[in-house]
Design a protein around this ligand. Structure first.
Ligand code: G6P
Length: 362
């Protein structure tokens, strides 16, 4: 119950939960580390991942966005093919399945009815199931074969923040565990790299004025906003756009930078805010090219880059973290920009209209 969790000095749960993210990540590191500083993970989960010829991630909302990042992590780190699906779509439109699928349900609450519908169906087919959730003992956790806990603590604000970063952290740990168990050479140590992530997150939780100012300058009166990125940045853009829609009611869209010119760029007008995300080594220059295209059509650009790839006029530069883990850090400025945009526009940040924290009906 929300009443049991204190907001303390915070005006909103959302702001408190954004601030908790470095602690959540450090908590996850502790929970998933054994006495020898190695990854500690349930042997059954390890075997379930290793036994899969393909992983199907099923989720809704923000958890779906974590699943999109999860696909990239698992494929790049463990070499297992992954598909990420929206639960409500998968439910009535199941794709062809592989021979030995593992279903991973990502759900903060563990109660989302669309995801549960899929779980019930695939269990009937005899498939292996794992739930990654913030609420062990929830329906999805009880009904799946295995559970991984995200240890983010209760999330009260309707707009999900710390659960998202926690889900991605656990997915990264799970992927490395599987890779090591199958004998792959691995020079990426997720427990160590997540420590760097936690420190990088603090840059934003401790210096919010820049983000409040960006929200004021770009979003006080605008009707819409575009977030563009490529590769992992694209998925973070989708989450940034969802955050802004949910709490500020500004129409927002997260877009793949290179796809803009195939239609969406028609919407760019004089002053349209476009937030660009460029943290990915392979594509950050391409994204800068996409930003030039929208600026040429009058857009008001806000550029977020990463140390090492930054240019002089960038609005925000995130500290250098491992390429795999940039979404855990780059989402923080987007969460905070959304928070302040909603605040400035007088919206009810923690309880946005028409939305529920957990949707237990189909
Ligand atoms: C609701 C919430 C979203 C959340 C989604 C999935 O729509 O408003 O914030 O991302 O459900 O919830 P889950 O608990 O399954 O992660």
């Amino acid at each position: 119950d929300a009443g049991d969790i204190e907001k303390g000095t915070y005006p909103h749960y959302m702001l408190k939960e954004i601030d908790e993210q470095p602690f959540v990540i450090r908590n996850i590191i502790t929970k998933y580390k054994d006495d020898n500083e190695n990854i500690k993970l349930d042997e059954n989960v390890r075997q379930a991942v290793l036994g899969a010829d393909r992983i199907y991630i099923i989720a809704a909302g923000t958890s779906y966005h974590a699943g999109l990042v999860g696909k990239e992590l698992i494929e790049k780190i463990a070499g297992i093919p992954v598909e990420t699906h929206i639960a409500s779509e998968f439910l009535y439109n199941m794709p062809l399945l592989s021979q030995k699928p593992l279903f991973i349900f990502i759900s903060q609450s563990g109660e989302t009815a669309d995801s549960r519908g899929v779980l019930v169906n695939v269990k009937k087919l005899g498939h292996s199931t794992l739930t990654i959730t913030n609420v062990p003992g929830s329906t999805l956790s009880r009904e799946a074969d295995y559970t991984l806990h995200t240890y983010a603590g209760p999330e009260i604000a309707v707009a999900s923040t710390k659960a998202y970063t926690a889900q991605m952290a656990v997915l990264a740990i799970m992927a490395v565990d599987a890779a090591r168990a199958s004998g792959m050479e691995m020079n990426f140590d997720p427990l160590q790299e997540l420590g760097i992530v936690a420190n990088a997150m603090e840059i934003f939780t401790e210096q919010k004025d820049v983000l409040e100012q960006i929200a004021r300058d770009y979003l006080s009166v605008s009707r819409n906003c575009f977030f563009i990125g490529r590769a992992a940045d694209y998925h973070v853009c989708m989450e940034g756009a969802l955050k802004l829609k949910e709490i500020s009611y500004i129409q927002a869209e997260g877009f793949a930078g290179g796809e803009l010119k195939h239609g969406t760029i028609a919407l760019i007008e004089e002053g349209t805010p476009v937030i660009g995300l460029a943290t990915q080594e392979k594509v950050h220059l391409n994204l800068r090219g996409n930003m030039k295209e929208v600026v040429a059509r009058g857009a008001n650009p806000c550029m977020i880059s990463m140390e090492g790839f930054q240019e002089d006029d960038d609005n925000i530069v995130i500290p250098k973290v491992h390429d795999y883990l940039t979404p855990l850090v780059s989402v923080l400025p987007l969460q905070l920009i959304s928070y302040y945009a909603a605040l400035h526009r007088g919206c009810d940040v923690d309880k946005p209209r028409n939305l529920a924290k957990s949707v237990t009906v189909e």
